[in-house]
Design a protein around this ligand. Sequence first.
Ligand SMILES: Cc1cc2nc3c(=O)[nH]c(=O)nc-3n(C[C@H](O)[C@H](O)[C@H](O)COP(=O)(O)OP(=O)(O)OC[C@H]3O[C@@H](n4cnc5c(N)ncnc54)[C@H](O)[C@@H]3O)c2cc1C
Length: 403
Amino acid sequence: MKAHHQILIVGGGNAGISVAAQLLRQNSKLDIAIVEPSEKHYYQPGWTLVGGGVFDINSTVRSEADYIPANVKWIKDNADKFEPESNTLITGSGGRITYDYMVVCCGAQLKWDAAKGLRESLGKNGVCSIYSFNTAPYTYECIKNFNGGKVVFTQPGGFNKCGGAPQKIMYLAADNFRKRGILDKADISFFTGKPGLLRVKEINELLLKVVKRYSIKVTYQATLKEVSGETKEAVFEVVKGDSKEQVTAQYDMLHVSPMAAAPDFIKNSPLAVKDDPFGWIDIDKVTMQHNRYKNVFSLGDVSNAGDTKTGAAVHKQAPVVVTNLLSAIERKSLTDLPAKYNGYTSCPLITGYGKLVLAEFDHDNKFLPTFPLEPAKERYSMWLLIKYLMPWFYWNRILKGKS
Ligand SMILES: Cc1cc2nc3c(=O)[nH]c(=O)nc-3n(C[C@H](O)[C@H](O)[C@H](O)COP(=O)(O)OP(=O)(O)OC[C@H]3O[C@@H](n4cnc5c(N)ncnc54)[C@H](O)[C@@H]3O)c2cc1C
């Protein structure tokens, strides 16, 4: 194995493959390696629609080998330790790889163990989640087989992958019950760790109407602490003013959205924001360059570029990393990088079958709409976009570095 590469990319998910493919489109002579342990590549946004019974789970996975660009060296190993002072990465199997430049984009870990009993309860007795390849199909089983009773959905405070996904699956479930004429038999509760439904005021107002339409009871600032699969109880800690109280919710179906954090090997590395409990990589949110190790860049879920972890954000961040990296190589300078990320993220909020609000905004909650349309509106056209266009766009354009 060659032990030195001009550009070393850690993680071959949405961000890693996008960056590698875009770099090579601009300069085919670059020497690039990707460290990625997985043989499979997942289209994670598809898991919400798997949970809603719209997609087959097998349509969301493909072979990683088919998406590692030709001319990129694939190091099928996991990154384990960083020694950025000596431009070295140590892999799980003990390999030492040095680099001129490094891009770290190894995604987030999901904290299934943050709630006691959750991991053991998941995937059976009505406890489901769209947040993994293995449990997304069971979510639809639960929805399809539900004939009345108590349904509980959760959203963590702090970070979660795709801020809207915990609600999208809830609205799909409610709409499924409505279509089957059993919505009045469903007692639906939403426990969210956040103080609102979405941080953009106009979209929050619209979502308040959606929860009313489905008669969903919302409890804010509620964190899932424990799941008892035996007694079918979910225990939440709810912040009420200056105090906290424990609330136990009985369920027949429980959908859990776990909290996201940086993987431990990132959190415990010199690349992480110091003393950040989530451990995200410490980058400049505009240039995507590491704040201390200037030949290191990061993007995607593992970076501290924003609080909404989305592929849509990756789509805007990747060209910034690519331009700044190429500029650094050409100018032999790591200062005055030209490209800037504007904080864009997007949340395609499914509010029912055939209904979607495309919320696109920045760090300051300012709308950044791609289409010249009123953003705070449910639309059938946007549903068609995510159902038909987006998966094709992901596999054929984004991962090929063409968009
Ligand atoms: C249920 C769900 C719904 C979503 N819906 C949407 C949506 O509607 N719209 C949207 O824009 N986004 C959505 N997202 C979020 C989107 O999928 C992520 O933001 C995006 O995949 C982030 O890209 P990434 O490259 O940072 O991470 P990932 O795509 O997760 O890739 C990380 C890669 O790093 C690899 N890796 C892990 N550990 C190591 C290691 N030690 N060494 C080397 N490699 C490693 C992994 O194997 C993986 O290939 C959703 C996510 C989920 C789970």
